[in-house]
Design a protein around this ligand. Sequence first.
Ligand SMILES: Nc1ncnc2[nH]cnc12
Ligand SMILES: [Zn+2]
Length: 329
Amino acid sequence: MSLPKAELHLHIEGTLEPELAFELAARNGVELPYADTDALRKAYRFEDLQSFLNLYYELMAVLRTERDFEDLANAYLARAAAQGVRHAEIFFDPQAHIARGVEMGTVVEGLWRALARSEDAHGVSTQLIMCFLRDESAQSALETLEAAKPYLDRIVGVGLDSAEVGHPPVKFREVYEAAAALGLRRVAHAGEEGPPEYIVEALDVLGVERIDHGLRCMESPELVARLVRDRVPLTLCPLSNVRLRTVDVLADHPLPAMLDAGLLCTVNSDDPAYFGGYAGDNFDSVQKTLGLTEERLRELARNSFLASFLEHDEGRRERYLAEVEAYEF
Ligand SMILES: Nc1ncnc2[nH]cnc12
Ligand SMILES: [Zn+2]
């Protein structure tokens, strides 16, 4: 669906399509333990978040040079643009690269080469959000923030991702305080597999402005009331939820109930190469399977721009919002 939208929950490493993975593997002399792209695609059957993360981290071995990160981001931006994405706030996972001997500068500069010409090349404005891996130590997150200091003009905010359960937001209090002091915006994954309490903690302890996923807020009417009252955006990823078995089938997804409750929901792709669709595909799926009306779809698109970090550029936000209103289904 080409309805104009902002994508606010997108891991750039999760856009690595099998074809590009093999191309980069050949370019860098990296051996992949899969015979071909078909064999790799067959591995895309996940039991839960961890089983996905295992493959996600394994395939990152092919990303080694600035050019690799540039090619990765360019491929994503072209696909996103074709599905109506007008603005993308892009997550990246520096610790997963630094641990393999790929420096912060290689990652950020490589991504930046694509992002810097994205508006001209694809008509998509962009921002970068650096995520901390929550299954790594708090000390490692602090070191990562330190390593990012030379690149802060290219990074709008920080996020928190990877294996959720057992790694509550409070573990990262210090690094989020330091990030806030540096003027960085704050978001965090919470309530994907973890309990509603993690959402509360992300808000109260980490001071986040948006919750990534946040699905499990629906278990707490009190929390829903708070999220509605404070207009806290949730960056939902319906196809991801099905593939990672957070919901059994898309028809059971709580998105309609969440919209009815007055939550500020957005629809995003998370790791589109792995979960069967980009942003527009996610919109198509919820329209078809959940029967969302055109007015609801327009609301989701509007929300995506309202929840974006375009604050410094109100003119642009207004232009995007006008495009949403003018869109003809
Ligand atoms: N859906 C997700 N949840 C947590 N960490 C992630 N890293 C990449 N995708 C993720
Ligand atoms: Zn995610």
